[in-house]
Write a protein of this length. Structure first.
Length: 139
């Protein structure tokens, strides 16, 4: 397992990494809308916070020499699902026509009063996972 860290995203505030690379995948820890320079939540509206989350994620992914095009799964945690259309518009502006799998969950609260948190999983095309063939009959 390789840990990924960049100063262009908020530092981990606990016993975890910004991301880890393992088995041909990159797993990003959840990001809230912290400004990496101040450590404070960026903005009070959901659009500003969503952009900050995605900028933070982009910085961590870039530190692993990958891009948003390598994202295969995201999970969004929102404190208010009524804000989903606004989040979705910002999300689409970052991902364009790329369509990773996605889950969205409403939660009662997030750290520091954030309104959104997002994590992601990427595939590393330069580091393909070595697959072991299982013994058995082929069809």
């Amino acid at each position: 397992m390789e840990t990924i860290q960049t100063d262009l995203a908020p530092k981990a505030v606990g016993p975890y990494s910004q991301a880890v690379r393992a088995g041909g995948f990159l797993f990003l820890s959840g990001q809230i809308a912290l400004d990496p320079e101040t450590g404070e939540v960026a903005g009070s509206d959901i659009e500003t916070q969503t952009r900050r989350v995605l900028n933070n994620m982009q910085a961590v992914i870039a530190a692993a020499n990958l891009s948003l095009a390598d994202v295969i799964k995201t999970t969004l945690f929102l404190t208010d699902l009524a804000e989903f259309p606004k989040v979705n518009a910002v999300y689409q502006s970052f991902f364009g026509n790329h369509r990773p799998a996605r889950s969205t969950v409403q939660v009662s609260a997030l750290p520091k009063g954030a309104r959104i948190e997002m994590d992601a999983m990427c595939v590393d095309p330069k580091n393909p996972r070595k697959r072991k063939r299982s013994p058995g009959k082929s069809t």
